[in-house]
Design a protein around this ligand. Structure first.
Ligand code: XMP
Length: 513
């Protein structure tokens, strides 16, 4: 796949992926590589620009990650960010010192807008906010450099040597809190490096389809389709490339949300692929009979899933390729990681051990999640699949606390559907990152009509999060909660009490099991 390339060289910064995403948002392809990558390899790849990430170390420690000074002689523009800025100063003969206190957070920053970098930054004024997070600072810049920004505490918030096309910023332009930070990155990659913006999902779809066609030839491909975004988009891309040489196996364990199994099946009708849906609800329910421990539930479902998949795969016989929906964040290796371990991500854990195939294909390996969604749209996948919120592999089984029965499953599916409908009606489905209902194992006394009831408590959970590692509970309007509550009580049997989960993660997790 031939695209103009920016290299993001990772020195262990926490924002390395964010930098890469920002570059991609400018329509420019980039890859995150380790600082240990040999210079010859970098030269060979002929990037149009290079960005150094931040990192947690001090440049003058022997053990700190560094890079050969040759990187600055390639004739390629370099932008150093935070630690990357200090490293540039240190290697080229400037001085880096440790301040008495850390400069952290939103900081008033004074820019010299005659600087090449800042003159290319749309909308920037002389005095804007940047996001700082550092203790070390550049106290004197190397020969040939000029200081192009400062703050009240930091004498060198930015520096550049425009004749060598070397630029450095102490702050983090990739973080939203830096005003016009994205414009700085845009100015760097598009104007200074000269990238034209050839990274679009339309181009990607065309080249990836051609590439998959060439690689697969007349071979057979097998894909485990979960209905999640990644496996669905991978299926669509492969269907476009090789049509009925692709077989998708969709194991419906019965714990999908209401109507979801049918929706997934319908979404792939007419794509020309072989679509096998295995309705295994009875089988899963009977294996889970009497099981209430969360971990046992998860393990049992995982194992059963593999068994069902394996049985179906055997009917097809040996295949040439097993397709996986691996995406770029699963592939990026930390610049500080010593072992060259690249995580092998399985949508359905452990499958390759059980299925007879020759090679793995991963058509989404270069893409971030938002790009996967954009590609899905480009390929014409329905919104239902492309905009799907994350859904755990074991499905509603881990949202029914205690033993799972068919009745409880149906109660939860109905209640969950009402919650989702009302969130959509309130146009909150894009603001809230994940929302669902949980059927607790708690029963309490209520009164309905003239009679006493003793029924289940349903919990509603809605969270906002950027990475699902931490999360906040969504501040849903009371009116919305009121509508959801009254609809569920009126329309769904066996629930007489509804509570809203107001815990953050941590200490809670997003799911209840
Ligand atoms: P927790 O509950 O750990 O969930 O805060 C974080 C995110 O991961 C999802 N999740 C899963 N996704 N298989 C998955 O593919 C699973 O077994 C699984 N368990 C939790 C969860 O929905 C949330 O988005």
């Amino acid at each position: 796949m031939e695209h103009q390339l920016i290299y993001v060289i990772d020195f262990g910064g926490q924002y390395n992926q964010l930098i890469a995403r920002r570059v991609r948002e400018c329509g420019v392809y980039c890859e995150v590589i380790s600082y240990k990558t040999p210079i010859d390899k970098i030269r060979e790849a002929a990037p149009m620009g290079i960005i150094f990430t931040g990192g947690p170390n001090s440049v003058y420690l022997d053990t700190s990650p560094t890079i050969s000074s040759e990187i600055f002689s390639l004739g390629v523009p370099v932008l150093g960010i935070c630690y990357g800025a200090q490293l540039m100063a240190h290697i080229l003969g400037g001085t880096v010192k440790t301040a008495d206190s850390r400069e952290y957070g939103k900081t008033a920053t004074y820019y010299d807008r005659s600087s090449v970098l800042f003159s290319k930054t749309k909308g920037l004024s002389d005095n804007d906010i940047s996001w700082m997070s550092h203790t070390d600072y550049i106290s004197s810049v190397p020969d040939g450099f000029t200081v192009t920004a400062h703050t009240d505490n930091c004498p060198t918030a930015a520096m550049e040597d425009s004749s060598r096309r070397l630029y450095a910023v102490q702050f983090h332009p990739e973080v939203n809190h830096t005003e016009h930070g994205t414009d700085m990155i845009y100015g760097f990659v598009r104007d200074i490096c000269g990238c034209t913006g050839d990274w679009t999902m339309e181009n990607y779809a065309k080249t990836a389809v051609a590439q998959m066609r060439e690689k697969i030839g007349g071979g057979k491909v097998l894909l485990a389709l979960s209905g999640g975004v990644d496996s669905s988009v991978a299926a669509a891309l492969l269907a476009r490339a090789v049509g009925d040489q692709l077989t998708c196996i969709f194991v419906d364990h019965g714990f999908m949300r209401k109507n979801e199994g049918d929706e997934v099946e319908a979404a792939f009708a007419g794509w020309g692929l072989n679509f096998v849906r295995v309705n295994a609800k009875e089988r899963f329910l009977s294996r889970l009979d009497g099981v209430s421990d969360p971990e046992t539930k998860r393990k049992t479902i995982g194992e059963e899933f593999i068994r069902v998949f394996e049985a179906e795969a055997k009917k097809i016989g040996s295949v040439d390729f097993l397709a996986q929906g691996t995406i770029y964040p699963d592939v990026i290796e930390s610049g500080l990681g010593d072992a060259a371990v690249i995580k092998s991500h399985h949508n359905v854990g452990g499958l390759p051990d059980y299925v007879d195939f020759k090679e793995i294909v991963e058509p989404l390996r270069l893409l971030f999640k938002d790009e996967v969604r954009a590609l899905g749209r480009e390929l014409g996948l329905s919104d239902i699949l492309v905009d799907r919120q994350p859904f755990p592999g074991p499905g509603l089984a881990i949202r029914i606390i205690g033993e799972i029965t068919e009745e409880k499953l149906s109660v939860l599916q109905d209640a969950d559907l009402i919650f989702r409908e009302e969130i959509a009606k309130a146009h909150l489905d894009t603001d809230v990152d994940q929302y669902f209902a949980v059927l607790t194992n708690n029963r309490s006394v209520g009164v309905m009509g003239d009679g006493r009831t003793y029924d289940y408590t349903l919990a509603l959970r809605a969270v906002t999060t950027s990475d699902f590692m931490t999360a906040d509970f969504a501040r849903l309007p009371y009116e919305l909660l009121e509508t959801v509550s009254s609809r569920i009580i009126n329309e769904v049997k066996n629930i007489n009490r509804i509570v809203y989960d107001v815990t953050t993660k941590p200490p809670a997790t997003i799911e209840w099991e």
